[in-house]
Design a protein around this ligand. Sequence first.
Ligand SMILES: Cc1cc2nc3c(=O)[nH]c(=O)nc-3n(C[C@H](O)[C@H](O)[C@H](O)COP(=O)(O)O)c2cc1C
Length: 188
Amino acid sequence: MNIVAISGSPRQNGNTEIVIARVLEGMGETADKIIRINDLSIRGCQACKSCRQEGAAGCVIDDDMQTLYPKIIAADVVIIGSPIYYGYLSGQTKCFLDRWYAFRDSKKELRFPEGKKCIFVIVQGAPGRERYEDVISDVRHIFLKYGMDVSIIVADGVEDKGAVLNNDEILQEACFIGREVRRKFDAN
Ligand SMILES: Cc1cc2nc3c(=O)[nH]c(=O)nc-3n(C[C@H](O)[C@H](O)[C@H](O)COP(=O)(O)O)c2cc1C
């Protein structure tokens, strides 16, 4: 099972990374797999639409997203985590996601096969897992449009670095989802 795990939080070993690490643990993988967008140089989409020209190979922006494109294309499972910043995904995560525009070609066909698994982790300081329902809905739609099967984990009420370590329910859910994805993959 080919896994790519990406964190959109700038906080090393923060809540987003802790939850992603639990998902990986459930899959029998280790946290050192986590790629931090904040450590990379990833510009926002420039809307040049070069990726959507006939014969184009993909995005033409020469930055670190070029190292992530092939990893995502090759992945069976894509794990992405983002903290909520001012009611939406972090800027790092949004820049990264906007660059997914290049995963469709001139005929709007996908540049990777349908059926990948996406596990998206949302971490928020405010209590109430339904508080950012609009964000959850946006995330679900983005990945459904890429033919992916989406599971979303919401860790709420975790403000301080590492606070999610006190929330066993979320950590167990993350581990369970990871384990289930591994089990289903191995069964196929
Ligand atoms: C710039 C900024 C904006 C934030 N905005 C929100 C917000 O709108 N709603 C919320 O619930 N938490 C908000 N938070 C809290 C973070 O979502 C929370 O601390 C989260 O645990 C951070 O995850 P991390 O430890 O992985 O970085 C904000 C934090 C920062 C730094």
